[in-house]
Ligand binder design. Structure first.
Ligand code: ADP
Length: 745
C-alpha cells in the first residue's frame, strides 16, 4: 500500500467505530490507528498513542491480561471479547465500564498483521444492572435482618414496607402494608409513639428510644412489650422529609430479667434493712460498706454517713488486732462462709474503749467466675445475754462454794420423767457410793417408817400446791443401815405455762444436832417427871394443912395456903407442858377425839382460871353454840394457854374476850386482849419452839416460849389453823380454826 492510500485508509478508519488498529511487532503490538470514538471515550489524544508499543502507553487503558488475549487471537485467528472492563479515562475523574472487541485482519496469505480493537461504552448498562443487584441485595438484607425495619411514607405515616421481624414485633401481617400507622396499629392511640413519629416527620430529626414500654395487640391479646428503636427521617434532595425509616428490636425478656433483678435487689435490700439482725454488705477488696441496716449502725454506734460507701477499716480502725479481720480475709480467700457464736468486739467511744459481745456470720458473695466479690455480714449484739449469763455463772459458782463449804447435798427431781439427780455429797449422806444411781423409790424406802408418809405427803403437796418444802426426818444408810437425821428444803420450779419442771433443793445432815436435842428432851422429860412426884406430895400437904386451917378458923393460914396451892398448880402446869413437849418431840402425842360442846369447854377453862386470877374481865360475848369432834383435853389446853397469855400480856383490869362461832363451815375461836401487842417482826415466829418476844419493858413476865408452840402443834394435828392479828400497844387477837368434817362423818 502506498503512502497516499495509507493515509487515506487511516483517515477512513479513524471515522469508523473501530477504536484502535494494532500492528503486530516482533514481541508486542504497536498502535497503528486510533479512532475518534476511542479518543472521545478514553480522553486521550492521538499523538500519545500512534506508533507506541501497547506497553509504553499510559497504563490502565488496557486490561491487564491484554497480551494473552491478543496472542490467542493471533494463534486461533478468531475474535475475542473482554467485557466489562473498568476504564479510568484521562480527562474524567469517574471511571466507566467499556466492552472490548478484538478481531484479526487476515491477509491473502492467511497471516495476521493487524488487529481491530473496538471499544463500546457500556457504563450505563452495567451500572444499572449493578444498582438493581444492589437494591435486591439490600432489600433481602432488610427482609432478613434480625431487627425490625420499616419505612413510613408521607405525613400520614403510611407503612410502605416492613420486614417480617417488624411485622412480628407489631403482631401483624402483610395486610398492614400501605395502611397509615394509626390504622394499622390502633392500639398505639394514647401511647407516645405516634406523636414521636409525627415529631420526627415535622422536625426532620432522628430519634432513638431505649427500653420503651408499649402495649401491643398480639394474637388478640394486649401485651406489654419493651423496645429499643430508632426513627430516621428520609429526605428528598431539597431536604424535605418524605418518610421515616424505623428500626426496632424487642427487649422485653431483657427488661423483665432486669426488673426481676431490680426487684430482687430491692427486696434483698428491704430484707437487710428490716432484719432483726445487724446486717452489712461489704464489697470489693477494700471491704466497702455498701448496705448497712439501722441495727448495725446501733451496734457500731455510728451514723449512716460514717459508714455507707466507706472502707471497713476507715469506719472501724480499731478492728486492727481483733480477730474479725482474719476471719473476713479467710472468707474472701476461701469463699467459705464463717460464723461464730460469741466473740468480744472492742470499739472506740468518746470515753475510751467499749466492749460488746456479738455472735456473727460472714457469707461470701460469689460471682459467675467463682470469685468472692463481697461478703454479707450478719451480727447480733448478745452483750446483755452474755453478761447475765456471766452473772448467773458467778452466782452459781458462789452457790456451789456455799453448798460445798456447808457440806450440803443437792437434789433435783423431774416430776415428769421421775428422774432424780443428786450431788455426790447427797449420795454419801444416803450411804451410796459416788458412782451409784439413786432413784426416788429407793430414797423413799430409806426414810424411816415413822416419817415416810409425812415425807411423801410433803413432797406431793409441794408439787401440787407449790408449797415450800422444809422437813426434818430420819433415814437409814443404804449400806451401813445407820440412822441419820436430815433436814431437806426445796421447792418446785415451773415453766412459763406453769407446768412443774423441776423440784429441787438441798439436804443437810442434822444428826448431831438432833441427837443433842433428843438428849435434851430426854433430860427435860426426866427432870419434869422427877419434879412431878415431890410436887404431888407438896400439893397433898398443902391441901391437908388447908383443911386443918379451915377447921381451926385460921383465916391467915387459909389465905396463905390457898396461894401456895395456886403456885403449886402453876408449877404443875409448867411441868405438864414440859412433859407434853418432850412427848410431842418424841412423836408420842395421840389425839383422843370425841364430840363435845365447845362453849362448855370454854366456860370451864374460864372458871378454872378465875379461881386463882380475878385481875381481868373475861367475857364470851356473842358466842354461838358450837359442837366439835376433837381431843377435848388438848383443845382445852390450847384455850387455857391463849387466855393465860392474854392475861399475862395485858394490864390488870383490861377485857379479855373469848369468842366461838362457825364461819364458812369451820369452827373459829378467837381470844382478844387489850394488852401490849406484838411487834410485826415477831408475829411470824411466835409459834416456834422457845420463842419469846424480846422486850426490856416486859422482861419481868416469866415464861418459856413453849405454850404457843404446843398449841400450834395440837391445832396442826387437828388439821386446823392458828394465827394472830396484833398491833403493838393496842392488843392482840389469837385465832384458831377447826375443820368441821370430823363432826359430819
Ligand atoms: P410464854 O411462856 O413465853 O408466854 P408462849 O409460847 O405462850 O410462851 O408465848 C410466846 C411469846 O409470845 C411470849 O413470850 C410473848 O412474847 C408472846 N405472846 C403470846 N401471847 C401474847 C399476847 N396475848 N400478847 C402479847 N404477846 C404475847
Amino acid at each position: 500500500m502506498d503512502h497516499q492510500n495509507d493515509d487515506l485508509f487511516k483517515a477512513f478508519l479513524q471515522k469508523t467505530h473501530v477504536g484502535l488498529v494494532l500492528k503486530k511487532e516482533a514481541l508486542s503490538f504497536s498502535i497503528y490507528v486510533a479512532g475518534d470514538n476511542y479518543l472521545k471515550i478514553t480522553g486521550l489524544n492521538r499523538e500519545a498513542l500512534i506508533g507506541k508499543d501497547i506497553f509504553d502507553v499510559e497504563k490502565d487503558i488496557f486490561p491487564s491480561n491484554i497480551l494473552e488475549v491478543l496472542e490467542r487471537v493471533l494463534m486461533y485467528k478468531s475474535e475475542a471479547e473482554i467485557s466489562p472492563f473498568l476504564l479510568t479515562p484521562a480527562h474524567h475523574s469517574k471511571s466507566l465500564y467499556i466492552s472490548i472487541h478484538i478481531s484479526p485482519v487476515i491477509d491473502h496469505d492467511g497471516g495476521v498483521e493487524y488487529l481491530l480493537y473496538t471499544v463500546k461504552d457500556i457504563d450505563q448498562e452495567i451500572r444499572f444492572a449493578n444498582d438493581r443487584a444492589n437494591r435486591n441485595y439490600f432489600m433481602d438484607l432488610i427482609e432478613q435482618a434480625p431487627v425490625g425495619m420499616g419505612i413510613l411514607k408521607g405525613r400520614d405515616l403510611v407503612i410502605e414496607s416492613a420486614n417480617n421481624r417488624m411485622l412480628e414485633l407489631w403482631g401483624k401481617n402483610k395486610s398492614v402494608l400501605n395502611m397509615p400507622m394509626a390504622i394499622a396499629l390502633p392500639e398505639l392511640e394514647g401511647q407516645p409513639f405516634l406523636r414521636l413519629l409525627e415529631d420526627v416527620y415535622t422536625w426532620g430529626e432522628a430519634m432513638v428510644g431505649n427500653e420503651a414500654k408499649a402495649f401491643i395487640l398480639r394474637n388478640g391479646k394486649l401485651e406489654t412489650a419493651y423496645f429499643n428503636y430508632a426513627y430516621q427521617p428520609i429526605k428528598d434532595k431539597k431536604g424535605h422529609t418524605t418518610g421515616i425509616m424505623m428500626i426496632a428490636t424487642e427487649v422485653t425478656p431483657l427488661v423483665l430479667v432486669k426488673q426481676k433483678l431490680e426487684e430482687s435487689v430491692s427486696s434483698f435490700r428491704s430484707v437487710v434493712m428490716n432484719a432483726h439482725y445487724s446486717l452489712l454488705v461489704l464489697k470489693g477488696k477494700h471491704w466497702i460498706a455498701e448496705i448497712a441496716n439501722q441495727r448495725l449502725l446501733d451496734l457500731w454506734n455510728k451514723k449512716k454517713e460514717e459508714v455507707i460507701g466507706l472502707p471497713l477499716l476507715q469506719i472501724l480502725p480499731e478492728l486492727v488486732g481483733q480477730p474479725f479481720l482474719e476471719y473476713l480475709k479467710t472468707v474472701y480467700e476461701t469463699g467459705k462462709p464463717y460464723g461464730q457464736e460469741e466473740e468480744v468486739f472492742y470499739f472506740n467511744t468518746a470515753n475510751g474503749i467499749g466492749k460488746k459481745y456479738v455472735s456473727f456470720f460472714y457469707d461470701p458473695m460469689i460471682d459467675t467466675q467463682g470469685r468472692v466479690y463481697g461478703v454479707i455480714v450478719g451480727a447480733e449484739d448478745i452483750t446483755a445475754r452474755v453478761e447475765s449469763r456471766h452473772k448467773v455463772e458467778r452466782a452459781e459458782e458462789m452457790l456451789r462454794i456455799a453448798i460445798e463449804s456447808a457440806n450440803l447435798g443437792t437434789w433435783h427431781y423431774d416430776p415428769l420423767s421421775k428422774r432424780l439427780t443428786v450431788s455426790p455429797r447427797l449420795k454419801e449422806l444416803f450411804g451410796y457410793k459416788s458412782n451409784e444411781e439413786m432413784t426416788y423409790d429407793t430414797v423413799i424406802t430409806q426414810v424411816t417408817e415413822e416419817y415416810r408418809e409425812v415425807v411423801q405427803k410433803a413432797i406431793q403437796s409441794s408439787v401440787i400446791k407449790g408449797e415450800h418444802f422444809d422437813l426434818e426426818f430420819s433415814i437409814k444408810g443404804h449400806y451401813d443401815q445407820q440412822l441419820r437425821w436430815m433436814r431437806a428444803t426445796g421447792r418446785i420450779y415451773r415453766d412459763k405455762e406453769g407446768i412443774p419442771v423441776r423440784f429441787s433443793g438441798i439436804l443437810l445432815d442434822i444428826t448431831e444436832h438432833k441427837q443433842d436435842e433428843i438428849r435434851k428432851n430426854d433430860f427435860i422429860a426426866m427432870v419434869s417427871h422427877e419434879l412431878k412426884t415431890p410436887l404431888t406430895s407438896l400439893k397433898a400437904y398443902v391441901q391437908l394443912l388447908s383443911s386443918k386451917a379451915k377447921a381451926s378458923g385460921d383465916i391467915q393460914a387459909m389465905n396463905s395456903l390457898s396461894k401456895a396451892d395456886g403456885q403449886v398448880n402453876k408449877m404443875n402446869n409448867m411441868i405438864k407442858s414440859f412433859l407434853d413437849l418432850s412427848r410431842l418431840e418424841a412423836g408420842k402425842i395421840n389425839l383422843e377425839k370425841q364430840h363435845f360442846g365447845l362453849n362448855e369447854l370454854i366456860a370451864e377453862v374460864i372458871e378454872e382460871i378465875t379461881l386463882t386470877d380475878r385481875t381481868h374481865n373475861i367475857s364470851t360475848g356473842n358466842s354461838q353454840k358450837v359442837m366439835v369432834f376433837a381431843d377435848r383435853e388438848k383443845i382445852g389446853q390450847v384455850i387455857n394457854n391463849l387466855i393465860g397469855n392474854a392475861i399475862k400480856y395485858s394490864p390488870q383490869g383490861k377485857i379479855v374476850e373469848v369468842l366461838c362461832k362457825e364461819v364458812n363451815g369451820e369452827t373459829l375461836v378467837s381470844v382478844r386482849d387489850e394488852g401490849i401487842g406484838i411487834p410485826k417482826d415477831d408475829i411470824g415466829l411466835l409459834f416456834d419452839r422457845f420463842y419469846r418476844v424480846e422486850s426490856r419493858k416486859f422482861k419481868t413476865i416469866s415464861g418459856f416460849g413453849i405454850g404457843l408452840y404446843l398449841s400450834a402443834e395440837i391445832i396442826k394435828r387437828h388439821e386446823g389453823q392458828i394465827w394472830v392479828e396484833s398491833e403493838e400497844g393496842k392488843g392482840s387477837t389469837f385465832y384458831f380454826s377447826l375443820p368441821h368434817k370430823d363432826l359430819i362423818l
